[in-house]
Design a protein around this ligand. Structure first.
Ligand SMILES: Nc1ncnc2c1ncn2[C@@H]1O[C@H](COP(=O)(O)OP(=O)(O)OP(=O)(O)O)[C@@H](O)[C@H]1O
Ligand SMILES: O=C(O)C1=C[C@@H](O)[C@@H](O)[C@H](O)C1
Length: 287
């Protein structure tokens, strides 16, 4: 007998990368990762597949499934298949989306529920166990789960603030990957006094100023070009940043600016794709 479950979770963009100070902020976007889970008592192993990425590391989604079963004390094995609109390891929180979607799909297969923050914390634990994160990325996990803009303390796994905003999001995603686990933590930590200033701006609700400051700081620390950000500022954009540990950049804009920036970034001739989406304020459920 098999038990099947499906779920999705959101990708996200960065306001504050938490690696310098363990305090972060992020917003959920309208790009989804879907997970299909199949559980059976006939097996005790967990096998994950990332559709279209045969060489992808499936430890995170296998561990996510395992943690749900452990929590309920159920002895089963199974498979999980993810497919994603979120480019993998680009800074757009593909890992948080994959963990959240897998946990919810496993709950769906079992006919069980968890409190939203317990599900988020389980995904953070899976990410730490799989070695794909530095701080646990509780900020990204909350943005992926609840949508809107979230401000968090990743050391305490505390959701400090959540706001909803109707804004478009324009993303420039280069055709390459940058894994959080291999990012330059030492350089990021050198930024702490200035990242604190950006975090305070985020707490005051000045998300666009906060993210632009974050972007220039982390481009400097991680060796990414600021050209893409400068092109956005020349158009009049106020909020633009390197997202996560890169290489993608995202901007918070109104509808009219979204069209302008999509064209400007698309015409740059830098290899990569421009994605026009928006903040997803619905999330999967409210905190
Ligand atoms: N769709 C997916 N299915 C299964 N695992 C995934 C998926 N997407 C990402 N992952 C896992 O997450 C890892 C990438 O995590 P990483 O934190 O480097 O990327 P990210 O979350 O997109 O970036 P950032 O944290 O900077 O936003 C992959 O190596 C893989 O293990
Ligand atoms: O691995 C991590 O701890 C993180 C990675 C990036 O996505 C950051 O944006 C996030 O704030 C923390």
């Amino acid at each position: 007998m098999t038990f099947t479950g499906q779920a999705y979770a959101l990708g996200a963009g960065t306001v504050i990368n938490a690696i310098a100070t363990w305090k972060g902020a992020a917003f959920g976007v309208d790009l989804k990762t879907f997970a299909d889970v199949e559980l059976t008592k006939e097996s005790s192993s967990f096998i994950g597949t990332i559709e279209g990425v045969p060489q992808g590391d499936t430890t995170l989604i296998e561990r996510s499934m395992e943690l749900v079963l452990e929590h309920f004390g159920i002895e089963m094995g199974g498979t999980v298949v993810t497919r994603s609109e979120v480019p993998l390891a680009s800074g757009l929180k593909s890992s948080s989306a994959a963990a959240n979607a897998t946990i919810l799909a496993t709950l769906d297969a079992l006919g069980e529920t968890l409190e939203p923050l317990d599900a988020v914390n389980m995904g953070v634990r899976a990410a730490k166990d799989a070695g794909v994160t530095i701080t646990g990325a509780f900020d990204d996990a909350c943005a992926s789960f609840f949508g809107g803009i979230v401000v968090t303390d990743n050391r305490k796994n505390e959701l400090v603030k959540r706001t909803e905003k109707e804004m478009d999001v324009v993303i420039f995603a280069p055709d390459r990957q940058s894994f959080s686990s291999q990012t330059n933590v030492h350089n990021s930590e050198l930024l702490a006094p200035w990242v604190d200033m950006a975090y305070d701006l985020a707490l005051e609700g000045e998300y666009e100023k906060a993210m632009t400051l974050n972007g220039f700081l982390y481009c400097g620390a991680l060796g990414f070009s600021t050209d893409i950000m400068m092109e956005a500022l020349k158009c009049g954009v106020k909020g633009v940043s390197l997202s996560g540990t890169g290489p993608a950049y995202s901007a918070l804009v109104d509808r009219k600016m979204a069209d302008t920036l999509t064209k400007v970034w698309g015409d740059l001739g830098t290899s990569g794709k421009v994605i026009n989406t928006k903040i997803n304020n619905d999330g999967l459920t409210k905190p």
